[in-house]
Write a protein that binds this ligand. Structure first.
Ligand SMILES: N=C(N)NCCCC(=O)O
Ligand SMILES: [Zn+2]
Ligand SMILES: [Zn+2]
Length: 347
């Protein structure tokens, strides 16, 4: 049976189908979609799709990120439709829907990459933007290929404990530790506007950093975020990206394992979920053309900590995309002075 949904007339007069009404159907009921939104096949046109990509054959340590998309869906049942940090109702601004899962052959990484790129291209063909939920970080490469085909070389903000610009593992080129080196080699990303955020942890050697810098990446480490603060980091990232088409790739291990234990290659000393969410809010008004949130591995999660963090990350990304590049920067996300719920002092 189809439960009662929140509905809206969108800014352009279109009828928009929202989430299941939580005041009428309890949150735990019904088959899960992201934020209890409709499926793409229940709406006429989807502006922003949440797409699961349950593929984890590219991992170098713990596996299980194939179970990520449905875990994030389950952990998103409590999300509410109004985002006070941005004073925005993303599901009333445009049609957001769950596109289900895109499958990659778990026994053939090269074939999986091809089919993920093709599936993403097909979904975007009708003008839909995507927030993909992985899956391991291997999937960023085919997603970048699909976005490059539409936009040319994109700016990239890569939130991750890891550089993921390594070359090969066991001779394999396509793994979760190598997508951004391949993306650089293929000319998918704009070397003038690519940044890692939240980087930390041991490397194999100094060559890792030399290679990474040669590809054009800047680094804001997790310690930089702690020392310089969220607002300084946001303004640095905004300067770097400008008005270029921007792809955001967020590995949930950018969060400290205390905030996101359910992941495959955890590293101590990470960012808090508050820091990450605030930085994402600070991207308001940038031209985000696509995003992924990857590496949620539920077998290592506890009490849905990681799933909930990922669900909120997806929600903030959807909000910034729904507000679009015409949104005024410096909205409520900008710090304490114009704070949540519009209550704080001017000074
Ligand atoms: N993309 C993620 N999550 N991890 C990459 C780790 C690569 C390594 O094993 O050194
Ligand atoms: Zn990582
Ligand atoms: Zn990664």
């Amino acid at each position: 049976m189809d439960p009662e949904r929140v509905t809206h007339t969108g800014p352009d007069g279109r009828h928009l189908l929202g989430p299941v009404n939580a005041a009428k159907t309890p949150r735990w009921a019904g088959v899960g979609t992201f934020a209890r939104l409709p499926r793409t096949d229940q709406v006429e046109h989807t502006d922003i799709a949440v797409l699961g990509i349950p593929f984890d054959a590219g991992v170098s340590y713990r596996s299980g990120a194939s179970f990520g998309p449905n875990h994030v869906r389950e952990s998103s049942r409590l999300l509410r439709p109004f985002n006070p940090a941005q004073s925005a109702s993303p599901f009333a601004a445009c049609q957001v829907a769950d596109a289900g899962d895109l499958i990659g052959n778990p026994f053939d990484i090269a074939e999986a990459i091809e089919s993920i790129a093709a599936g993403a291209a097909e979904l975007m063909d009708g003008g839909t933007k995507m927030v993909s939920v992985g899956g391991d970080h291997t999937i960023a490469l085919p997603l970048l290929r699909a976005h490059h085909a539409l936009h040319g070389p994109v700016a990239l903000l890569h939130f991750d404990a890891h550089l993921d610009t390594w070359d090969t593992y066991f001779g394999a080129e396509y793994t979760h530790g190598t997508p951004f080196r391949r993306a650089h080699e293929e000319g998918l990303i704009d070397p003038e506007s690519i940044m890692h955020v939240g980087t930390r942890g041991p490397l194999y050697g100094t060559q890792d950093l030399d290679d990474d810098a040669r590809f054009g990446f800047g680094i804001v480490s997790s310690a930089d975020v702690m020392r310089r603060g969220v607002d300084a980091v946001v303004s640095l990232l905004r300067d770097k990206v400008g008005n270029r088409p921007l792809y955001v790739s967020l590995d949930i291990d950018v969060l400290d394992p205390a905030h996101a234990p359910g992941t495959g290659t955890p590293e101590a000393g990470g960012m808090t979920s508050r820091e990450v969410l605030e930085i994402l809010r600070g991207l308001r008004g940038l031209n985000i053309v696509g995003c992924d949130v990857v590496e949620v591995s539920p077998a290592y999660d506890h009490a849905e900590l990681t799933g909930i963090a990922a669900a909120h990350v997806v929600y903030e990304l959807i909000t910034v995309m729904a507000l679009g590049p015409q949104a005024e920067p410096g909205g409520p996300a900008y710090g304490i002075s114009r704070n949540l719920y519009g209550s704080a002092a001017e000074d």
